[in-house]
Write a protein that binds this ligand. Structure first.
Ligand code: NDP
Length: 450
């Protein structure tokens, strides 16, 4: 019989085996803190070292990405693919292009992805990839050359039944198009190897909308249980990329007033609310002109631009949609003090551990990212299905499936988290971790020691 270890012993092992990887340690800590107590009386998981195995990626591929800029200079970046766990399906997870990308960030994202994909109920394992390339300020041709070079190596490691990458920070429709084109050219295969593709070449309707819409649906599901509503509520949102844009859109459709959006330079505060018309202007700003959110304050009277993050703005609900660790303990306290009643995480791991504790101690709704932002990967899974049978489902069908999927994810989290939070409330973090863990763990048990 293997000994049951304490959280401290478990984390000491993680830190020793993965030195200098703080984001990965943080993500594992958040999961282990809830899973270790859950499996304390389930010796089979200890004997088979399931949690230990889940924290060790199946493999990590790291490679040189060489490309030429518009001035003819040779540039060198580093690319990665972290294939974390394929126990319940092919590896699946996005690619991030951002200067802050390193192995720790991609391991945290790949680790989280296994649980998220499991929660969707679809047959997808967990993976993540990317490069420390900064697409900001690069010409279209430079981005194209980078994507082609990145895919030239990546194509050896992926496939529709092996590993199916998608977008993430810095990787949107443009980058997916360049990468899919290069894969097709190198392999002479037109197949569903990436998701988030253009509609002309195998993409799915509502994939772009899915993560942002899903995060709002998750909030709505939590609210439904306590007879709350988004109608007439104020919402603070961070980010102005793919996830943020569609979170704003869905909030506005449901009658909420969205007060803020942001990018890495600062945030805009619009007390009148960001409505559908203003959002169309933002989409054009970000996707066509590739401009900065500060321009919003010049365009719309009454709106102001500020340095920093938007969490000092009083709101009923907050939906962080930019990046990891964008809400620290102080900001979490500020949100609670200003009357915030719930958080739904569109970004991955946007709240530091101390911030999560603040939300949970205050007893407000807290929808963790691995559940709240799973709508994107769920529709990616639906894109894989459509590609496999060579059909395109209607928007109506997909909208219904997304809503049902988010409800199912909510219900799974509720099933495991009910009564485990402050004053008998639901602990959605615990529910999401256990709800995601069980399916993967049981598949791993079925495979024996490997
Ligand atoms: P985008 O690249 O489309 O947008 C990212 C937004 O966040 C931009 O406004 C960007 O500002 C801002 N941002 C990025 N890094 C920082 C930073 N370090 N500090 C402040 N602001 C920052 O990415 P997505 O919208 O696709 O992704 C956002 C988050 O959602 C990520 O955590 C991602 O992992 C997560 N996610 C995305 C999914 C998807 O379907 N796309 C699925 C599930 C999760 P700037 O332009 O100045 O860099």
């Amino acid at each position: 019989m293997m000994e049951v270890v304490s959280l401290e012993q478990f984390m000491a092992g993680i830190e020793k085996r993965n030195p200098g990887e703080p984001e990965f340690h943080q993500a594992v800590h958040e999961v282990a803190a809830t899973i270790l107590p859950y499996i304390a009386d389930k010796p089979i998981y200890h004997d088979m070292q399931i949690l230990e195995r889940m924290t060790e990626p199946d493999r990590i591929v790291s490679f040189r990405v060489c490309w030429e800029d518009d001035d003819g200079n040779v540039r060198v970046n580093r690319g990665w693919r972290v294939q974390f766990n394929n126990s319940i399906g092919p590896y699946k997870g996005g690619c991030r292009f951002h200067p802050s990308v390193n192995q720790s960030v991609l391991k945290f994202l790949g680790f989280e992805q296994q649980f998220k994909n499991s929660l969707t109920g679809l047959p997808m394992g967990g993976g993540k990839g990317g490069a420390n390339f900064n697409p900001k300020g690069k010409s279209n041709n430079e981005v194209m050359r980078f994507c082609q070079s990145f895919m030239t190596e990546l194509c050896r490691h992926i496939g529709p039944n092996i590993d199916v990458p998608a977008g993430d920070i810095g990787v949107g429709a443009r980058e997916i198009g360049y990468m899919f084109g290069q894969y097709k050219r190198l392999t002479n295969k037109f197949e569903g190897v990436l998701t988030g593709k253009g509609l002309e070449f195998g993409g799915s309707l509502i994939r772009a909308e899915a993560t942002g819409y899903g995060a709002v649906y998750f909030l709505q599901c939590m609210l439904d249980r306590i007879n709350g509503s988004l109608d007439g509520a104020t919402v603070a949102i961070s980010g102005s990329g793919n996830v943020a844009t569609f979170a704003v859109e869905k909030c506005a459709q449901l009658g909420a007033k969205v007060l803020t959006m942001s990018d890495s330079s600062g945030y805009i505060h619009d007390p009148a609310g960001i409505d559908a018309g203003k959002l169309e202007w933002i989409k054009e700003l970000k996707n066509v002109r590739r401009g900065r959110i500060s321009e919003y304050a010049e365009q719309f009277p009454g709106a102001t631009f500020h340095a920093g993050r938007p969490w000092a703005v009083a709101c009923d609900y907050a939906i962080p949609c930019a990046t990891q660790n964008e809400i620290d303990e102080g900001e979490a306290k500020l949100l609670v003090r200003n009357g915030c009643k719930g958080i739904s995480e569109g970004a991955n791991m946007p709240t530091e551990v101390a911030g999560i504790n603040v939300f949970q101690d205050a007893g407000i709704l807290y929808g963790p990212s691995k559940a709240a932002n799973a709508g994107g990967v769920a529709v990616s899974g639906m894109e894989m299905s459509q590609n496999s049978v060579r059909v395109s489902w209607s928007e109506e069908e997909l909208q219904k499936l997304l809503l049902e999927t988010m409800q199912r994810i909510h219900d799974r989290c509720f099933r495991y988290g009910e009564g485990k939070g402050k004053d008998g409330r639901c602990d959605y973090l615990l529910g999401a971790n256990i709800g995601g863990f069980v399916k993967i763990a049981d598949a791993m048990l079925a495979y024996g020691v490997q």
